[in-house]
Ligand binder design. Sequence first.
Ligand code: ADP
Ligand code: DP6
Ligand code: CO
Length: 361
Amino acid sequence: MACESEKWVLMVTAQTPTNIAVIKYWGKRDESLILPINDSISVTLDPEHLCTTTTVAVSPRFDQDRMWLNGREISLSGGRYQRCLREIRSRASDVEDEKKGIKIAKKDWENLHVHIASYNNFPTAAGLASSAAGFACLVFSLAKLMNVKEDQGKLSAVARQGSGSACRSLYGGFVKWIMGKHDDGSDSIAVQLADEKHWDDLVIVIAVVSSRQKETSSTSGMRESVETSMLIKHRAKEVVPKRIVDMEEAIKNRDFPSFAHLACADSNQFHAVCLDTCPPIFYMNDTSHRIIGCVEKWNRSEESPQVAYTFDAGPNAVLIARNRKVAASLLQRLLFHFPPSSDTDLSSYVIGDKSILQDVG
Ligand code: ADP
Ligand code: DP6
Ligand code: CO
């Protein structure tokens, strides 16, 4: 390590948006490598509204790897953090910062420690895919710091080992996570189906029903489903493969009726699998069900669907309007049915277009 003093700190900051699946990932065939039982498709959200910002720093003064999440120190001893750190370190290259007079050789990364500070600008562990934005941002910023030269696909396979859904947040627009066939997970990667400019009429509205941390994490929920649900087997083998083909087609052709039909049906089947789990898992609540009721009624009153809904592992609604005009009407309807001072706990609405990974480092 060639540098004038031991006082230097090298830092990188990155920002990564979350993604919401329209064909859901639920269930693993390999718990430690995080290999799924089916393909999934998602849309990456606008980073202005729902994103993670992570700063990673390296200095010879640091004597251990440490991480702070939303201002609180968390333990990095968990296998997922360790695996991401190990995978990125093993791909590190030489780094040189002429201005600061810092030179780090590839082999030095083994002995250097990092400090990580991460902040989510939206509720953590509440079913808005914080693990997706969080691990994608962690892997992306570490890769930048350590001058990793792998392509996005390889990085997605590393992010996948932090949280499955994270592999899809390395791309903007519409993204598919291919489940892969190999036991080592090398072909279980994310690919971009269409970039963020494709189908830019769509507007995503998120109705935050509750920002409380969910009782059952996605990881343990899907493990229990795989162990106890019969429906999940049928879903993974018979239902999802066809839906993936149809969803890709709907996205390619900007076919909103098919897109809405598939997204709503897939969200409902995912929650049916949760109910089919023993003991059953309830991620949605009464307010979520009322939102579904409103959208279904509206869609049926029109010639073709105007809004698609999808709910992740939590009660919060992700509503996809076919265009800006529909989004404005959707907000009006939500405010009418769920006024801010009502007894429902709908707290806020977030509106945004789709968008891309942003590097602010
Ligand atoms: P969510 O629905 O929000 O994705 P999960 O149960 O899947 O909920 O994951 C939540 C977990 O993801 C957190 O407990 C934490 O371990 C991890 N996580 C969330 N945000 C970050 C972040 N910014 N950086 C690293 N890990 C994060
Ligand atoms: C319902 O990616 O959070 O959001 O891989 O165990 O970290 P782990 O789970 P996670 O699961 C996401 C499940 C989902 C659907 C989806 O994002 O596809
Ligand atoms: Co998650």
